[in-house]
Design a protein around this ligand. Structure first.
Ligand SMILES: [Zn+2]
Length: 270
């Protein structure tokens, strides 16, 4: 707890507002929803040629946040996690509740931006919009392992990561998400520098698993891929432990979302 000090106040004026079916903070589900961003008429000129971007950073003001918190438990992921300082989290609760949200720009209609992946409620003030550039990418960042306790949430987060990386929803990407979920359960954080990954299979599977694991070809060498048009297998290895997931056959998207792990893969843990 700290005292709000308004001696150095900065005044910002919202440039627009979120229009969403999500009206309550409790309705929000990761990884965000389709929504509209309405830009006020006096700022509309600032949207000139914005449609040349596929993705945008939105800076929002989380007007319902608790501004007196400096530590928080990421309880949406797991209420049993320890406290983290709010500056190392994306928690909405922080002294200046400025939210950073990466969205896909689906369409621009005058002063309305149709976006997907927005994690904010109806009526949230919009402070600024910036384009997402290639040089915003750190392919393999080091991040704390804040793992959602709920498997459906973990799957939804991985589906979003897969789509953002692979840019297509296809059987290979859905199979990759299911392999990634199982690998996360047996092998831990997929982004770990000591976890390496070898894939024999379709290019869409290889691309998706590279995106989920952030495994690079070198420095360190964590990723190997061999195209195989007859089967799909991923081998996950870290010192003293390995996991082999072999797809039992070729599956369609619905199978990948509905079948049990054991129906999709043979699972060998060594
Ligand atoms: Zn694909």
């Amino acid at each position: 707890m700290y005292a709000v000090n308004d001696d150095q106040s900065i005044v910002v004026n919202p440039i627009g507002v979120v229009r969403s079916k999500m009206e309550n903070v409790d309705d929000l589900t990761l990884p965000g929803r389709p929504a509209q961003v309405e830009i006020y008429a006096s700022y509309q000129q600032g949207l000139l040629r914005i449609e040349e971007n596929s993705h945008l950073w939105l800076l929002l003001w989380f007007h319902k946040a608790n501004r007196r918190m400096l530590t928080s438990v990421p309880h949406r992921f797991n209420p049993n996690l320890p406290d983290y300082g709010v500056f190392g989290l994306r928690s909405p609760h922080r002294p200046n509740p400025i939210a950073l949200c990466l969205v896909k720009l689906e369409a621009t209609l005058g002063n309305i931006l149709e976006v997907s992946g927005l994690d904010a409620i109806d009526g949230t003030p919009v402070l600024d919009i910036k384009p997402y550039y290639e040089h915003d990418i750190i392919f393999s960042p080091r991040t704390p392992y804040i793992r959602a306790v709920d498997r459906t949430m973990r799957q939804n987060i991985m589906l979003k990561e897969a789509l953002m990386h692979h840019q297509e929803e296809c059987p290979g990407s859905f199979l990759g998400v299911r392999m990634g979920l199982v690998a996360d359960e047996f092998m831990g954080h997929l982004n770990s520098s000591d976890l390496s990954l070898t894939i024999d299979g379709f290019r869409c599977l290889g691309d998706t698993l590279q995106g989920l694991s952030r495994a690079r070809l070198a420095n360190p060498s964590r990723f190997n891929f061999q195209e195989n048009l007859t089967f799909n297998r991923s081998i996950w290895e870290r010192p003293g432990r390995s996991l082999v997931l072999t797809a039992r056959q070729e599956f369609n998207v619905e199978d990948c979302l509905t079948l049990a792990d054991e129906e999709l893969f043979s699972i060998e843990l060594k």
